[in-house]
Design a binder for this molecule. Structure first.
Ligand code: ADP
Ligand code: ADP
Length: 221
């Protein structure tokens, strides 16, 4: 369960260019939901997603993941939450170009003390889940956009997080490939994960079980 209570985000606080990007956001997302966050450019979607991902701070309010109050967490605990509870997928894939698919999927396991053979097995399982096991040893920058996003999704799920956060995951893909990637998110959701997708593609949003619209830093719908 994710719970935001009266979350406000101000960029450049105290400076003349201070800007309030989120205004007292209240939001509850239960385990296993499939949620789209929509809104025009600049509405605050990415800011909200970055707060949910524990990679952005906020000026006031409370954010709970399950029973953990995020603002009370040490850096170590936050790193653990980001690594184990949350998988992130970005519009531009954010892969290391000259790494293979497998090496990219291995990145979140860098700090794990498991044996290399066990880590490899986990990565291959994640690649298999996204239909990319045959491409494990292909260099990432030789893959198509859709294949890159599949590898990025494999990397997001390799630690078996309960929450997947995606920022415009289909923004760089054609519509056929977008549908395929959306099918993949739906299957990850069917398997019990919470999936939250920022998008301005209504075709993607319509396939989610719940749509949250934000405008000027407020939830309006
Ligand atoms: P969206 O994802 O909906 O396009 P963002 O969350 O990226 O919106 O941005 C919301 C608002 O906050 C925008 O007006 C944007 O210019 C501003 N903003 C985002 N990041 C920063 C930043 N690092 N510094 C200052 N303003 C920012
Ligand atoms: P998106 O539309 O996907 O949110 P943006 O192009 O708005 O992407 O933002 C890309 C990056 O630029 C983000 O990391 C955001 O924090 C930063 N950014 C956006 N607006 C501003 C701004 N006004 N000042 C400084 N950084 C900004």
């Amino acid at each position: 369960m994710i719970q935001l209570h009266q979350i406000s985000k101000i960029y450049n606080q105290g400076k003349t260019n201070a800007f309030q990007a989120l205004h007292k956001i209240d939001l509850k997302i239960a385990d296993g939901e499939l949620v789209a966050i929509i809104g025009t450019s600049g509405a605050g979607k990415s800011t909200l997603l970055h707060i949910l991902a524990c990679i952005d701070s906020y000026e006031s309010g409370e954010y709970y993941i399950d029973d953990t109050l995020v603002k009370n967490c040490s850096e170590k605990k936050l790193a653990q939450i980001r690594n184990k509870k949350i998988g992130m997928v970005m519009q531009d894939f954010a892969l290391v170009d000259d790494f293979s698919a497998l090496q990219n999927v291995m990145l979140p396991l860098d700090f794990s003390k498991s044996k290399v053979s066990e880590k490899k097995e986990k990565c291959l399982k994640a690649l298999q889940a996204v239909g990319m096991e045959k491409f494990a040893h292909h260099q990432s920058n030789k893959l198509s956009g859709g294949q890159k996003q599949r590898v990025a999704i494999a990397r997001a799920i390799v630690n078996e997080p309960s929450i997947i956060l995606a920022d415009e995951p289909t923004g760089a893909l054609d519509s056929k490939t977008s549908s395929e990637i959306m099918e993949l998110f739906k299957s990850l959701n069917d398997a019990g994960r919470t999936v939250i997708i920022v998008t301005h593609d209504m075709k993607i949003a319509q396939q989610c079980k719940r749509v949250i619209r934000i405008e000027d830093g407020k939830i309006v719908d």
